[in-house]
Design a protein around this ligand. Structure first.
Ligand code: HEM
Ligand SMILES: CC(C)=CCC/C(C)=C/CC/C(C)=C/COP(=O)(O)OP(=O)(O)O
Length: 302
């Protein structure tokens, strides 16, 4: 195990990096869509603001715990070795304190200004990612990201419960979209970085079952995702704007998965991973646009 020398000075940018800010921003977009779709009227800022702050802080806390627990394997992979812990910019003690502080703050914000259901579900997602995925599943099984993906898929439900204080089937549908998107999102990167994961002895699918099998799984999950993306229209939750936009995105994503399996170039896997992020973002923006454009009259909620 490599010994790390920690620097004596601190920089706020290192703390920000611990929270995986770009991942959390996309998680927050999916939470915002859950919040907005839960109500036919505009959602009052009294719920919207604390819900976004609470979910954001607890997601950032989960990400910081992931940095803490994974610091030794992060030190062994080219992609992650410059992170604040393996590079020595922050010490484990400071990271633990920071994660506890923002995690507790996030829980308090949700408990006081939103509702207890949302506070507990967000805590369950934090534990799902920081403890169940990071401490156990990641090192135990190539299905790690499929099961662990449930925590990352939860924010639309968290947004929804923040408004309604109950679990609605439409919110579960949004969770299913992110849940099914996660394997092609991550395995595309894992195919690109397979040697890194093998070096760090992490049993990701391309390491345990090979690149070709992983590409087949990516294609199958992408087909499943395309089918699930039709459901919001089929159940009457979204309209034609969503149907057309999401179908274009699904065909585009399927194109990447097909190319990756049958006609790959050197960077196809990485390009598919990058596209997956834009695809999920566009999909959730479409849900939002469709919700507000299709709504005949919008009254302002409290
Ligand atoms: C278990 C589930 C997931 C796994 C294993 C996973 C894995 C990864 C990995 C390894 C990266 C590369 C990070 C880097 O280059 O430092 C990444 C990037 C990213 N992921 Fe995921 N991800 C998961 C779920 C999600 C979810 C649910 C979202 C949002 C809804 C998301 C959004 C992103 C974004 C926005 C990036 C780009 C980050 C950047 O450029 O800094 N991921 N993901
Ligand atoms: C409260 C709540 C909603 C929690 C969810 C938190 C969260 C940040 C989920 C995102 C999942 C993610 C980035 C996994 C990558 O971890 P990894 O360890 O496989 O990737 P790495 O090697 O880049 O660290």
């Amino acid at each position: 195990m490599t010994e790390i020398t920690y620097k004596a000075y601190f920089n706020w940018r290192d703390y920000l990096e611990l929270t995986k800010p770009r991942v959390v921003l996309l998680l927050l977009l999916t939470a915002l869509v859950g919040l907005c779709l839960a109500s036919p009227t505009w959602v009052g800022w009294q719920v919207l603001v604390p819900a976004m702050i609470g979910i954001g802080l607890m997601s950032g806390s989960a990400a910081a715990v992931n940095h803490l627990v994974d610091r030794h394997i992060d030190a062994r992979m080219a992609r992650t070795l410059r992170r604040p812990l393996p590079s020595g910019a922050l010490s484990p003690r400071h990271v633990l304190g920071f994660a506890a502080l923002i995690g507790l703050l996030g829980f308090a914000v949700l408990a006081v200004w939103v509702n207890m259901l949302t506070a507990w579900l967000t805590l369950a997602s934090l534990v799902g990612y920081a403890v169940i995925y990071t401490m156990y599943l990641k090192r135990a099984t190539p299905q790690n990201i499929v099961i662990g993906g449930l925590a990352g898929a939860a924010p639309p439900l968290l947004g929804w419960t923040a408004v309604t204080n109950d679990i609605h089937p439409h919110a579960i549908l949004l969770v299913m979209i992110v849940f099914t998107w996660t394997p092609p999102h991550f395995w595309a990167l894992a195919v690109h970085r397979a040697k890194d994961y093998a070096k760090a002895e992490i049993p990701m699918l391309p390491v345990t079952h090979g690149i070709e099998f992983t590409k087949t799984c990516i294609l199958l999950y992408t087909i499943l995702l395309a089918i699930i993306c039709l459901l919001p229209y089929i159940v009457g939750m979204s309209g034609v704007i969503y149907l057309i936009g999401s179908s274009i995105l699904s065909i585009w994503f399927l194109g990447y998965a097909w190319k990756l399996k049958f006609a790959p170039e050197k960077l196809t896997a990485y390009r598919m991973f990058s596209f997956s992020i834009w695809q999920l973002m566009a999909l959730f923006v479409l849900l939002l646009v469709d919700h507000y454009v299709a709504a005949p009259t919008l009254s302002f909620g409290s």
